[in-house]
Ligand binder design. Structure first.
Ligand code: FES
Length: 99
């Protein structure tokens, strides 16, 4: 198995009630699952990994995610943004194979 060429890190940090965090306040784990389902439906499973991470250091107004290798940040996304996130990841995979 080779290392993924494209990674999408979604902060899954949990904090106690009253303290903002991507996981506990913005349900990033549920959004990530929905994103993975869309990527799977599109057949985008090879060379890409969308995964939970620890705190990415932004914290407020989340959830936050980071796409590599472009190092593009995504913040404050919601369920309605999942197709656009999948589009962006698909483009990253395409770009990786054409550069
Ligand atoms: S809690 Fe998500 S970036 Fe810090």
């Amino acid at each position: 198995m080779s290392a993924p060429e494209v990674l999408f890190f979604v902060c899954g940090r949990e904090r106690p009630p009253g303290k903002e965090a991507c996981g506990s306040t913005h349900q990033s784990n549920i959004l990530l699952k929905e994103l993975r389902d869309v990527l799977k439906l599109r057949g985008l499973r090879i060379g890409v990994r969308a995964t939970l991470s620890g705190c990415l250091g932004l914290c407020k107004n989340g959830p936050h995610a980071l796409l590599t290798p472009s190092m593009e940040w995504f913040s404050g996304f919601s369920r309605k943004d999942i197709p656009a996130l999948a589009d962006r990841i698909e483009k990253e995979i395409h770009d990786k194979h054409t550069t």
